[in-house]
Write a protein that binds this ligand. Structure first.
Ligand code: WT7
Length: 656
């Protein structure tokens, strides 16, 4: 990979610091820097002691005989231990006062509320586990979940965990093609879906998309369909012999069949989650049971300082890793009350999140910079109308948060009172790696923070040597951690190449970062061919392969350009085959084609036609130049190997 580190140093440094209030620290799970440092040192120097104590709240049926094994690039954690993740999230609480406390408070887009206590959530999960077992699902079978934000999606995930069947949740915004590829890659036997989901007042026809995807998925045997909207709003056809009604099937199943959790080995696959990389084919990131659960549990507890009386609202979709770790496994294993919201942040208006916070007395909010920037555009009058005094802690995730957005969040949502945790992590890391702790560290707009327990990061140059304070470089993780991905599903070679070949022996994140004089990490963004558009990870190669699958396209290159709202916007440069007319109609057709192939969220923001793309003499597309063109910058760096300088001039001409 050629690494372009030009932009890594040129971030905005913001030297404002906000100390945690003495009141917050006094009540926090960790309230002093001394205690944090002590625990951090222990997590690295005596990990056995650290993890033994910190996993005491999780249910292990059999303890581990060795904490970890590291045969680069393959790690194992909690060797010999046996457990079932759903016991830590559900059964454990049945013996305590949490039994009748709300596990999920669900608010639908139209505004209804449904609450499931831990006892109720447990019962639903047991029923579904029973139904799945009656259908023949067993340990190790893969189950795809294509649903919206309804309590049943959580029930679905935990029921899979209960029977030892790894789930693969596919975000409801993905198109049929993408769903099909994911199902086929992991050879799922079952699909859990719903008829349709509300989104911005309209209906997303999830079941119809499943039908389309399943035209070419030979491994799928049964589909369970949860009727969220009903036939009038979301008409569906049930395929006899394949499709089953969720409620009917679970009601008829013998619940006792779902009671006993499948006790699995610590390294048994818990889930596969597909994410974009630098090739056209998404990677199935594999997470295993004990290590992942440990990471999600400990980070939720300390970073969000979770307590029984909190109402915790994470606005992510369960289709992304944030939803897995910080709506399902982390909070539930801590016995938290999670607010689950079905719909769009601006439905019926831009006050929706603030209304939810006021109505349910939300105490912790975890959201993304893109959402915050969208709120900024709508004006402070929206949050100002609501009582947000219940909030005590704010979080940010998914992309770098610019200092302006940070300050707006701090002032208008936190009302100057709430610490903000800016959490850096990835689908692959499974849980938060860099952050501040809310009762411990002073926060700094635009800076992420420090390594969490057990995490040993470093910023290095291409030679793998640490760079100096303030200097930009590659963010790597020096040692394995419990919730790290174990491999790319079915492709150990890709796993090794992608994450462990750049800096041999260390995990390469794909991100550029620097550490300031006080040790704060600043993560600047991806330095590989992966974009982060509105908090969604998109591989440029995926966009390119979608574009060239259109009959009119000869060649395509996709790059990112800085965008005030989305962080990055997607710009595609396209060369058409002879006989095709460039113009607005073609732009629309190509954007629609990408939406059909991948999903609407991947539609390019800008498509530019070119007679040729700038290439090196060996025929490689010069992406760096295209990035400059897309951003309207003068080309920087070396262009001496450019095949045809006219091409560049012509691409530029389109700016005017
Ligand atoms: C990429 C991971 C983390 C779960 C949601 C996204 C970027 C994430 C931050 C942050 C700066 C961030 C990185 C990372 N990222 N959080 N706090 N500051 N950048 O998961 O889709 O796997 O994307 O998101 O570039 O590599 P993902």
């Amino acid at each position: 990979m050629s690494i372009d580190t030009r932009a890594i140093e040129t971030h905005s440094t913001d030297n404002r610091r906000f100390k945690p209030s003495p009141e917050f620290s006094a009540r926090a799970r960790i309230g002093t820097l001394e205690r944090f440092n002590e625990m951090y040192r222990e997590s690295l120097d005596s990990p056995e002691t650290f993890y033994k104590r910190e996993t005491a709240e999780l249910v292990f049926r059999k303890p581990w005989s060795a904490l970890s094994e590291w045969k680069p690039p393959f790690a194992k954690w909690f060797l010999g231990a046996e457990l079932n993740a759903s016991e830590s999230c559900l059964d454990k609480h049945l013996k305590t006062a949490r039994r009748d406390a709300p596990a999920i408070v669900w608010e639908s887009e139209p505004g209804e509320t449904r609450t499931l206590t831990y006892a109720e959530l447990h019962a639903r999960v047991v029923e579904l586990a029973a139904a799945l077992r009656e259908l023949g699902a067993k340990k190790g079978d893969r189950i795809a979940i294509y649903m919206g934000m309804v309590p049943e999606v959580v029930v679905g995930m935990l029921a899979c965990a209960r029977i030892g069947a790894p789930h693969t949740v596919v975000f409801g915004g993905f198109a049929a093609e993408s769903l099909r590829d994911r199902i086929n890659d992991c050879q799922a036997r079952f699909v859990l879906t719903q008829d349709g989901a509300y989104r911005r007042g309209g209906v997303v026809p999830l079941k119809a998309t499943v039908d389309q995807a399943l035209e070419a998925t030979p491994t799928v045997e049964k589909v369970l369909v949860y009727r969220r909207l009903g036939q009038a709003l979301a008409p569906i056809t049930m395929k006899p012999g394949r499709d089953l009604d969720w409620v009917e099937t679970t009601k008829n199943a013998k619940a006792s069949l779902g009671e006993a959790p499948e006790i699995v080995d610590a390294e048994h696959p818990l889930f596969i989650l597909y994410t974009s990389g630098s090739t056209g084919k998404p990677k199935g990131v594999l997470h295993t049971t004990a290590g992942y659960l440990t990471g999600a549990h400990i980070t939720s507890k300390y970073v969000f300082d979770l307590r029984d009386d909190d109402v915790y609202f994470c606005t992510a979709d369960v289709g992304w890793v944030t939803g897995h770790s910080y709506i399902v496994y982390g909070p539930l294993s801590n016995g938290a009350t999670c607010l689950l919201y079905e719909g769009a942040p601006n439905f019926p208006d831009w006050g929706r999140f603030w209304n939810i916070i006021q109505k349910h007395k939300v105490t912790i909010l975890y959201t993304a910079p893109t959402a915050i920037r969208a709120f900024i555009r709508q004006g402070t009058e929206w949050p100002a109308k609501y009582d947000l005094s219940s909030l005590r802690l704010l979080g940010s995730v998914g992309e770098p948060i610019n200092p302006e957005a940070w300050m707006w969040y701090h002032e208008n949502i936190g009302r100057g009172r709430c610490p903000i945790v800016d959490t850096w992590w990835q689908t692959e890391t499974g849980s938060i790696m860099l952050t501040t702790l809310p009762g411990v560290h002073a926060t700094q707009p635009g800076a992420t923070g420090f390594p969490f327990f057990g995490v040993e990061p470093e910023v290095v140059g291409a030679d793998g040597k640490a760079v100096g304070k303030g200097q930009g470089g590659l963010l790597i993780l020096r040692r394995p951690w419990p919730s790290m991905l174990r491999t790319v599903w079915g492709d150990d070679a890709r796993y090794e190449k992608q994450y462990f070949s750049e800096i041999p022996g260390s995990y390469f994140t794909g991100d550029g970062a620097n550490v300031d004089a006080d040790g704060y990490y600043h993560v600047v963004g991806r330095i590989d061919d992966v974009l982060n558009v509105a908090g969604h990870r998109i591989g440029t190669a995926e966009i390119e392969s979608a574009l060239v699958s259109h009959r009119a396209v000869a060649e395509a290159a996709a790059v990112g350009r800085p965008d005030e709202l989305k962080g990055q916007a997607l710009v595609a440069f396209v060369t058409l085959k002879p006989g095709n007319e460039p113009g607005d109609a073609m732009k629309k057709a190509l954007a629609e084609h990408v939406a059909q192939e991948i999903g609407k969220f991947a539609r390019p923001d800008d498509i530019r036609f070119a007679e040729g793309l700038p290439k090196t003499r060996s025929g490689k597309i010069m992406r760096r130049l295209l990035k400059d063109v897309a951003a309207g910058r003068e080309a920087q760096g070396d262009i001496s190997t450019l095949e045809d300088l006219n091409v560049l001039a012509k691409l530029r001409g389109q700016d005017e």
